[in-house]
Ligand binder design. Sequence first.
Ligand code: SF4
Length: 303
Amino acid sequence: MKTELLMPAGNLEKLKYSLMYGADAVYIGGKVLSLRAQASNFTIDDIKEGVEFAHLLNKKVYVTVNVIPRESEKDLIKDYLESLERIHVDGIIVSSPAILYMARTYTNIHVSISTQASVTNLSAIKFYSSLGANRVVLARELSIDEIKYIKENTDTEIEVFIHGGMCSGFSGRCTLSNYMSKRDANGGGCAHSCRWSYDIYEDDKKINTETFKIGSKDLCAISYIKDMIDAGVDSLKVEGRMKSISYVSTIAYTYRTLIDDIYNNDIKDNEYYLDLMGEQVNRCASDGFLSGHISNEQTLYSK
Ligand code: SF4
């Protein structure tokens, strides 16, 4: 099975552009029960239209249902999961064991475990598989060698982030945005406060000499895509449901070209693909944790 290119889509228009520019699948959030509250404007009718469009092209739509649910939301979740199955979405992405449990109890829908679950090892994959998960989205903090080892030793589908924003907290386990701007990162409203410029004060006295950021550089994994495909990674995921149409189109086209070139044994050098991305690749991009050598070079700090 050819490795899937999975793009984000913040609305129906972006969904269509992503698919037409080369994505095999998109992931979206519904108006209810999705982490990216600010990026999620798909009603159930929008999702249905998106799924019908994707299926006409023989492509897929996954829906994120990755809130941390309260007891009072149980009925809402059950109804929502059943609605998603009825309109034939290709899968859901969840982080809560409660939603995994309810998906397995009430539906036969394909379930991916979100990167929010911070899965970094085979035991965690076995655990989620034993509960009925079909796919695990690995934590962004793994090296390519760790990803290869995991994929070699499991039949569970594996999804890996290849492009877009990184968290300086472990895949979103962070309340900086909540504190700085009253926008809940784990409720979908991250203000990216880690990328702001900071000073340190002791009482009223500023004690640092240089203003700094605490965020991570964005991820751009162009040089690792062949290794991931060779390892049998099932899905390559791009981050950024709040990004523009031009961004998702360009990034989808670039990775589509790269993936097809790899399958056709016609891979060019990295510069070729970076040129295709043009202005859409962040100059502060890095290969994140993939090299296994983590240093200050992966942070924004004074950029
Ligand atoms: S503030 Fe930064 S580290 Fe925290 S959740 Fe947002 S992007 Fe991640």
